[in-house]
Design a protein around this ligand. Structure first.
Ligand code: PLP
Length: 315
């Protein structure tokens, strides 16, 4: 096993942070030590791109796809970091190995950074790379996974692609947060936002799928091209199920036989109610259940997993 870098620790406050390890400004740190300058434009202007990959049973899932999306996002935003894909891979592996977490939520970020003169010109800033591993988390909790999520389709418009490219993973989340408050007011668990044409787009941290008469569909406009979404597209192809990336009208979502949402934070998550009305029978759908099982089975597939070498582990 390769030698792990040193983890520098000063103090640990278990009340405010989950366990975890971060990499920042060239150092591995306990998560609570990873602090950002208030002058970083990632904080001041949400000027950042990021990605989230998970580790399940000690292995990353589709890490290569997440890295590709992250590097493409940086390039679209005219950002660069002094690490190539192999070096970022090593940093992410080290964060997880040092944390000891077998099931982890691993986020990596490039912020616009700071410029010594506090210049307003983004070209003057030195971009900053940050990564961290914390325990795995999910959009849906255990109860919601069992009974199906209750969604509210809000009239909140997802930031249009002509303003912010949704395929570059970003922190422009005030529309999502507005949607969440609207959903909570209506007694729902989470929100669906709409696109510029009034069709379904995505929700806070997830893509949406509808199933009608054996045909699977998912929106293509105003959405992040989720890696979990891609896994469903791949599974449909393997199963010979038609799957289309296309506009979904709000009424078509509500009258679907089954609806599920997808995210690295939780995988495939069933939906049983939209705006208070049951979807299909109002129970978790059969195809949704099958997709959930197949999704987690794929985590044992060598095509998609990269195993973490934990300290003390023998291979
Ligand atoms: N859409 C948005 C806005 C997201 O933030 C996320 C994930 O965080 C997703 C969709 C799902 O993407 P993935 O499956 O790659 O996690």
């Amino acid at each position: 096993m390769h030698k792990l870098p040193k983890l520098t620790a000063r103090h640990v406050d278990p009340r405010t942070y989950p366990p975890g390890v971060a990499y920042m400004d060239g150092q591995y740190l306990p998560i609570q030590e990873a602090k950002l300058s208030v002058l970083d434009y990632g904080f001041l202007h949400s000027d950042a791109t990021y990605d989230v990959v998970h580790v399940w049973n000690g292995a990353f899932f589709r890490l290569g796809d997440h890295l590709e999306r992250f590097f493409r996002g940086m390039s679209e935003l005219h950002m660069s970091i002094p690490y190539d894909t192999a070096q970022v891979t090593e940093i992410l592996h080290n964060c997880v190995a040092l944390s000891g977490l077998e099931n982890a939520y691993v986020e990596f970020i490039c912020t616009r950074g700071t410029s010594p003169e506090f210049s307003r010109d983004p070209r003057d800033a030195e971009n900053r790379f940050i990564a961290f591993a914390i325990p795995f988390g999910s959009v849906a909790n255990k109860e919601q996974m069992e009974r199906g999520l209750h969604l509210a389709v809000t009239d909140v418009l997802r930031i249009p692609p002509s303003s912010v490219d949704p395929t570059v993973k970003n922190y422009h989340w005030l529309d999502m947060v507005k949607g969440l408050y609207a959903a909570y007011e209506r007694g729902a668990d989470t929100a669906v936002l709409i696109d510029v044409n009034g069709n379904v787009s995505e929700g806070p941290g997830f893509n949406i799928f509808a199933v009608k008469d054996g045909v699977v569909s998912t929106p293509n406009l105003s959405v992040l091209l989720g890696i979990t979404r891609q896994t469903i597209v791949d599974l449909c192809a393997e199963m010979g199920l038609p799957c289309h990336a296309q506009d979904i009208a709000v009424e078509d979502l509500k009258s679907a036989d089954e609806v599920f949402v997808t995210s690295t934070a939780g995988g495939v998550m069933p939906v049983s109610k939209i705006d208070g009305q049951p979807i299909g029978s109002g129970e978790v759908g059969l195809l949704s259940e099958r997709m959930m099982a197949l999704y987690w089975q794929l985590h044992a597939d060598d095509r998609y997993r990269s195993v973490v070498s934990y300290p003390g582990a023998t291979d």
